[in-house]
Design a binder for this molecule. Structure first.
Ligand SMILES: Cc1cc2nc3c(=O)[nH]c(=O)nc-3n(C[C@H](O)[C@H](O)[C@H](O)COP(=O)(O)OP(=O)(O)OC[C@H]3O[C@@H](n4cnc5c(N)ncnc54)[C@H](O)[C@@H]3O)c2cc1C
Length: 263
C-alpha cells in the first residue's frame, strides 16, 4: 500500500501577529512545527504501512527550512520525503498550492491513499485537501477520525459530524483529511532524526521544472486570488454602567437590547 501524506510546516502559534506598518506576518522568534493535524495523518499512514506492507511518502511545499518537517515525518516512520521548493512557488494562494501539490502527486505516480490534515493552524482555510482531491479527480472523505478497514479496493472510515458521525466506504485511491481524534502521534525516533540531519534520509527537492509546471501557473502568478490588504481588526469596546437596583437595571438592560434588536 502506497500512501502520500501532505505535510505543512507552520509557525508554532495560533495567534497570528501582524506588523501594523507592513501588514506582514511577524515570523521572527516563532518556532516552526509540523502542522498538528498532519502529525495525526503521518501516524495513521505509518500504522497502515506496518499492518500491510507498503510505503509512506511525505510531500510538502514550502521554503528550504520546511525540510525539517519532512525529517520529523521520517523520524516518525515515513519512508521518503519530497520538498517542493522553488522561488516560483512563493505567494501561492490555496488554488496554486493545491494544483502544485496535485502535479507533484501525479509525478510520484502510483498511490492508494493521499492523507492530509483537516486544517493548517496558520492559513486555516481547510481548502487544500478537498482541492487536491478535486485536482486529481479522487473521491474524498473529510474530518476522518477512524480508519476502520482497508479492503482491496476500498477503505471504510468514520467522519466526524457536528452531532454524531458518518461511516463511509470509499473507493481507492482516495484522499482523506484527518482530525486530532484519529490517534496519538508517536515521537520521532532519534536515530532517524540524526540520519536526516546528516542528509542520509531519502529526501528529494523538486522545483517547478521537476514537476513539469510553468512558472506562470504556480505561486503568485498562478494564483486566482490576491491579497489586497492584511490588517488586524480594531477592538472597540464601549461600556455603560446601569444604575439603580437589580429590578431597574434588568428592565433598563432589556430595553437597550430590544432597541439594538438583539432580542
Ligand atoms: C491570496 C493568497 C495569497 C497567499 N500568499 C502567500 C504567500 O505569499 N506566502 C505564503 O507562505 N502563503 C501565502 N498564502 C497562504 C497559502 O496559500 C496557504 O498557506 C496554503 O495554500 C495552504 O492553505 P492553508 O494554510 O489554509 O491550509 P489548509 O487547507 O488549512 O491545510 C489542510 C491540509 O493541507 C495540507 N497542506 C496545506 N498546505 C500545504 C503545503 N504547503 N504543503 C503540503 N501540504 C499542505 C496539510 O496536510 C494541511 O493539514 C496565500 C493565500 C492566499 C489566499
Amino acid at each position: 500500500m502506497r500512501i502520500i501524506v501532505l505535510v505543512k510546516q507552520v509557525p508554532n502559534t495560533t495567534e497570528v501577529k501582524l506588523d501594523p506598518k507592513t501588514g506582514n506576518l511577524i515570523r521572527e522568534g516563532v518556532e516552526s512545527i509540523v502542522n498538528p493535524d498532519d502529525r495525526h495523518a503521518i501516524e495513521a499512514a505509518v500504522r497502515l504501512k506496518q499492518d500491510r506492507k507498503g510505503k509512506v511518502i511525505v510531500l510538502s511545499m514550502g521554503p528550504p527550512q520546511a525540510i525539517d518537517a519532512i525529517s520529523e515525518a521520517i523520524g516518525m516512520g515515513a519512508d521518503e520525503g519530497i520538498l517542493l521548493a522553488d522561488r516560483a512557488f512563493a505567494g501561492a494562494d490555496t488554488w496554486a498550492t493545491s494544483s502544485t501539490l496535485g502535479k507533484a502527486i501525479e509525478r510520484i505516480g502510483e498511490y492508494d491513499l493521499v492523507m492530509c490534515g483537516r486544517q493548517a493552524i496558520d492559513g486555516d482555510t481547510a481548502q487544500i485537501g478537498p482541492q487536491v482531491a478535486d485536482y486529481l479527480k479522487l473521491p474524498q472523505v473529510t474530518y476522518v477520525f477512524d480508519i476502520e478497514e482497508i479492503k482491496e479496493k476500498s477503505v471504510i472510515v468514520k467522519r466526524r459530524l457536528e452531532d454524531g458521525f458518518e461511516r463511509i466506504e470509499c473507493e481507492l485511491p482516495a484522499l482523506l483529511t484527518v482530525i486530532g481524534e484519529l490517534n496519538k502521534p508517536r515521537y520521532p525516533r532519534i536515530d532517524r532524526l540524526i540520519d536526516s540531519c546528516r542528509e542520509k534520509a531519502p529526501i528529494k527537492i523538486w522545483n517547478a521544472a521537476d514537476i513539469g509546471v510553468q512558472t506562470k501557473d504556480v505561486g503568485l502568478e498562478g494564483s486566482l486570488t490576491h491579497v489586497i490588504k492584511t490588517f488586524a481588526p480594531k477592538l472597540q469596546r464601549q461600556s455603560e454602567m446601569l444604575q439603580g437596583d437589580a429590578k431597574t437595571s434588568v428592565k433598563s438592560l432589556m430595553g437597550k437590547l430590544r432597541e439594538k434588536r438583539l432580542i
